[in-house]
Design a protein around this ligand. Structure first.
Ligand code: GDP
Ligand code: MN
Length: 407
């Protein structure tokens, strides 16, 4: 369960991570009783990332500017979600923007410290340069220092940044978090650090242990997104929004490809994705969108599994334009086909309305036969589970060209 930025910052304050003076804004007229001096920054409080690029972060020099900016932000959906509140915050002039996070490594089940000298909105482009330090024993400040040094920091910044990492780690343990992220951690010319943005995800299984966390009363976590999600047509997907779309699902490393056709493609792993695109092309199919869910070995933010990415990928692809069918060409490995099939089944059951676009699934690898049976047993008219890739290609292409869903 995610916290909103202002809720994350309340936690930061508890452990002494520096934040700017701020005030929650429930209505533009609240700005007339603002307790922080201008200039300020107004920020949309939604769960999606990429608010800066989407226009959800605006600066204001006076009350008139601020009211107008607040009105604009309240009416600006970010990936379909309207903010219920805004955060007004003192403006800060950063010299440098760093990225810091503590996550649970999904395969090793150990905390992992992450950091990059190029944070802020530049992070997406540089996400490959994120330094990682695995906390493989009892935590000590040494781990935090090593991260700061690996990030290429020098002088007093090593101390100030590692002190922040230690505090993030304390939050991570105390509240059973899956993720605590600061992006950006701003550094001003005097070398002082300030958390300008914060992201906190609480482990769902541990929620009951932390009744003091604001999640229970929050206006809806990620799970409630469907309540705010617009119908397909309002999400204008074009090549220019592909980065935004991926970052909204907190998957900065996933790069969707968009094409002019009507067949959606989801695969796991770069090789399989490219091969599938080639096969679709050779068979005369016209892709509309293609997403590589990633291999299992490469590390992604926030910690997740192939199954998580599959559910997010389905969510994303089903909102793309012109879509008439989706081909899922997936290979089970460490995450077996059973688990993958379970994720597909769970996704389909969670939808408020039955999925209206036919899904053609081809599963290969560990336990594929049992997984196919599991999906076939769902007996859904929009779900086609085929044994061979050839059959799946033929079916998915025919459906994308308008063939009926009859079997
Ligand atoms: P995100 O795009 O959803 O991650 O939203 P952020 O809160 O990270 O804001 C986006 C960008 O706005 C940051 O990377 C900063 O460059 C900038 N920003 C946010 N808050 C401030 C602030 O108080 N002062 C200044 N100068 N820039 C800010
Ligand atoms: Mn940010």
């Amino acid at each position: 369960m995610d916290l909103l930025e202002y809720q994350a910052k309340d936690l930061f304050q508890k452990v002494g991570i520096p934040i700017l003076p701020s005030q929650r804004i429930d209505h533009p007229k609240d700005l007339k009783q603002l307790r922080i001096p201008y200039p300020i920054v107004l920020k949309s409080q939604v769960y999606a990332g990429g608010r800066g690029k989407a226009g959800g972060v605006r600066f204001a020099e006076n009350t008139i500017d601020a009211v107008a900016a607040a009105q604009a932000i309240f009416y600006l959906p970010i990936l379909g979600q309207y903010p219920e509140v805004l955060l007004a915050e003192a403006k800060y002039e950063p010299d440098q923007e760093l990225y810091l996070a503590v996550v649970l490594d999904p395969s090793l089940r150990r905390p992992l410290l992450l950091g990059s000298r190029e944070g802020g909105m530049a992070l997406e482009a540089t996400s490959r340069q994120i330094q990682q330090v695995l906390v493989d024993g009892e935590f000590s400040p040494f781990y935090a220092r090593r991260l700061a040094i690996n990030m290429g920091l020098s002088g007093g910044l090593i101390e100030s940044v590692s002190a922040i990492v230690e505090k993030m780690y304390r939050l991570f343990l105390t509240y059973d978090l899956d993720l605590v992220e600061i992006n950006p951690l701003a550094v001003n010319p005097a070398g002082e650090v300030m958390a300008l943005d914060g992201k906190v995800a609480v482990n769902d299984a541990a929620l009951e242990r932390h009744p003091d966390l604001p999640v229970m009363q929050s206006v809806g976590g990620r799970r409630d997104h469907s309540a705010h999600r617009p119908s397909h047509s309002t999400l204008a997907m074009g090549p220019t929004c592909s980065g935004l779309a991926a970052s909204a699902f907190d998957l900065p490393n996933l790069n969707p490809m968009l094409f002019p056709g009507s067949l959606g493609i989801l695969c796991n792993g770069a090789g399989l994705t490219m091969a599938t695109l080639d096969l679709v092309d050779r068979a005369g199919g016209q892709p509309s969108a293609c997403l590589n869910l990633g291999g299992e070995s490469s590390y992604r933010l926030p910690p997740d599994t192939l199954c998580d990415r599959l559910e997010k990928g389905l969510d994303w692809i089903l909102q793309t334009q012109r879509l008439r069918s989706v081909l899922l060409n997936l290979l089970g490995g460490a995450e077996t086909c059973n688990a993958v099939a379970g994720a597909i089944a769970r996704y389909l059951k969670q939808q408020r309305q039955p999925v209206s676009v036919p899904l053609v699934v081809r599963l290969g690898g560990a336990h594929a036969a049992a997984a196919r049976e599991q999906l076939a047993a769902l007996d859904l008219s929009m779900l086609f589970v085929l044994d061979s890739l050839d059959e799946a290609l033929t079916k998915a292409i025919a459906l994308s060209e308008g063939a009926g869903v009859g079997r």
